[in-house]
Design a protein around this ligand. Structure first.
Ligand code: SAH
Length: 232
């Protein structure tokens, strides 16, 4: 059974990542190692290593493996970084980041998703992670600055708090920015008070909600809830 999944993972890396320009060897090793099937609901487990996003509940999705790899590669992680992730979702991207950086702080808006991700990460023995529930569009000022910030939901514009929580000495931020229908992946690099922005691939993500996200009719988040983030 274990071997079956391992083989699927090697195939995923060879056919979906290596051929599409993912060359960071530490990242490829992490993608070969982390059991993606444990992060998805049982009904779609057989699709865990296919080339697509999958539903994870609360109308949210786990990103396609290639997109997880692409965004991670854009952060240029070497191993000693403190990383902030916005949008824990299933916790899969979190697990990859934990393999490649020193410490990961991750924020999820929906408590149920955060709880489930926390359980899976715990079962896998991931220790260098802190999971918070709250509005990640405002970042996590207490632990700032961050060497790298990754946003895994689409924003209408670059949220100001995330910009300012980036390390002024070459901090990197990767975020999909655009409309709710489609976005471009942007990489922001901060040097002192200059933020250099590069636009890369066209992508499609679920919307970032909260104060600096899209104002959805179903977005019932009050500003009181936004101001606090609770650790799970
Ligand atoms: N990285 C995830 C992908 C999750 S999809 C994975 O590997 O599974 C995007 C996630 O962002 C969803 O879980 C959604 O609930 C979350 N999200 C949206 N707006 C948010 C906000 N303002 N703060 C924190 N999380 C948010």
């Amino acid at each position: 059974m274990g071997d079956k999944w391992k083989l699927s993972r090697s195939r995923m890396v060879a056919t979906q990542l290596a051929v599409r320009g993912i060359h960071d060897q530490r990242l490829l090793a992490a993608m070969r190692h982390i059991p993606r099937h444990q992060f998805v609901p049982r009904e779609v487990q057989h699709l865990a290593y296919t080339d697509q996003p999958l539903p994870i509940g609360e109308n949210q999705t786990i990103s396609q493996p290639y997109i997880v790899a692409l965004m991670t590669q854009m952060l240029h992680l070497k191993g000693d970084e403190h990383v902030l992730e916005i949008g824990t979702g299933s916790g899969y991207q979190t697990a990859i980041l934990c393999q490649l950086a020193a410490r990961v702080y991750t924020l999820e808006y929906y408590p149920r998703l955060a709880g489930r991700a926390a359980r899976v990460l715990d079962q896998l023995g991931v220790e260098n992670v802190e999971i918070h529930v709250g509005d990640g569009s405002q970042g996590l000022p207490d632990m700032a600055p961050y060497d790298a910030i990754l946003v895994t939901a689409a924003a209408p514009a670059l949220p100001g708090p995330l910009r300012s929580q980036l390390d002024p000495n070459g901090g990197r931020l990767v975020i999909p920015v655009g409309s709710q229908q489609d976005q471009y992946l942007e990489r922001v690099i901060r040097w002192d008070n200059t933020w250099k922005i590069e636009q890369t691939e066209r992508v499609r993500f679920v919307p970032l909600v909260g104060r600096f996200g899209f104002q959805l009719p179903s977005n019932v988040c009050s500003s009181d809830q936004n101001d606090q983030s609770a650790e799970v």
